[in-house]
Write a protein that binds this ligand. Structure first.
Ligand code: AVJ
Length: 322
């Protein structure tokens, strides 16, 4: 039994770890079980993701870069001079450079990322190559409301850049909410430049999310390693198989981990039971048509002004305005 004096007071604030544990537990108690894709991105996971981007089957990064190489100048013309560019989930900012290189006298570049380390590494590297650009990193979770620095709030033309098709990770209602938050951030004279992956032959999609070298499988399993380390869980990394499935009704790829046997996992004093063959869902990757994305944008009060695609129409970069 607990000693009364060591029991936490009822009003004691939750530690960050407790909040995360409760969040993960809530997902693991759902049917089917779920784990947020944010758990992919520890240091190893970010490294694995960079490797995924180079895989022959993962066409996304290569295709978006190709579109940026071909059309960034035209995008820059649409954006116009003196813009403040706010990037959501800035990562390595390779694509951003292609845009920044062509913009006319950009006022500021505001990378927004939840990982402080990533954020400042990327911002530092950019600062070296763009000595005249005002770089203002903001450490924030872009799925929550956050404040822009004062002078960026006052910029005439504010543009959110959200490449990589990361919006695809969000279920439709959350995707809409995120678009609304972006619209509010850029205001009536603003714009959003967003990378959106397009629907295609499901066999191409399933291979992109289940590559022959097994990097995506390792990336998926690594989410469990991250939870083990961060929250003291005891997931057996060898007891799950990677699975990527196309779900036609939802127009999305889902990444799952499938339990190889009946097993019990411990987390925060709780026991989570897995049956053999039971699925844990780790990621959604929604794929849109130009029409279905334009409908989604419209529900967020945004109009699609321009769509740039590669010649095979695998991927799109779209300019949205209120
Ligand atoms: C970074 C969310 C765009 O959905 O394609 C890659 C993540 N997952 N392989 C994607 C991912 C599996 C990626 N995004």
């Amino acid at each position: 039994a607990k000693h009364p004096s060591t029991a936490p007071a009822k009003s004691a604030p939750q530690s960050a770890e407790t909040a995360l544990t409760n969040d993960v537990l809530a997902g693991l108690k759902k049917h089917p079980k779920e784990l947020s894709p944010v758990w992919f991105y520890d240091e190893l996971g970010s490294f694995l993701f960079d490797n995924i981007c180079e895989l022959p089957e993962y066409y996304i990064t290569r295709t978006e870069l190709q579109i940026m190489h071909g059309h960034a100048l035209e995008m820059a013309h649409h954006i116009g001079p003196d813009a403040a560019v706010i990037e959501f989930g800035s990562g390595t900012s390779l694509k951003t450079r292609l845009l920044l290189d062509r913009l006319e006298s950009p006022l500021a570049y505001v990378p927004v990322d939840i990982s402080r380390e990533h954020l400042f590494t990327a911002a530092g590297a950019l600062a070296k190559d763009y000595p005249n650009l005002h770089i203002v990193p903001v450490c924030a979770d872009f799925t929550q409301t956050f404040e822009l620095p004062q002078f960026v709030r006052q910029a005439q033309r504010r543009v959110v850049y959200f490449p990589g098709s990361t919006l695809g990770n969000f279920a439709r209602s959350q995707a809409r909410e995120l678009l609304v938050r972006m619209r509010d951030l850029v205001g009536g004279n603003g714009a959003i430049l967003i990378g959106i992956d397009l629907r295609k032959d499901p066999s191409i999609l399933e291979r992109a999310y289940d590559d022959s070298a097994g990097v995506t499988a390792e990336f998926n399993i690594n989410a469990l390693r991250h939870v083990n380390r961060e929250l003291g869980a005891d997931f057996d990394l060898d007891a799950f198989d990677h699975l990527a499935v196309w779900v036609e009704e939802e127009s999305r790829i889902e990444m799952h981990l499938v339990s190889k046997r009946d097993q019990v996992v411990h987390l925060g004093g709780d026991e989570i039971r897995f049956r053999r063959g039971e699925h844990l869902r780790t990621e959604y990757c929604h794929k849109y048509t130009v029409e279905s994305f334009s409908e989604l944008a419209a529900t967020a009060g945004l109009a699609v002004k321009r769509v740039w695609m590669d010649p095979n129409k695998q991927f799109s970069v779209q300019l949205l305005e209120p």
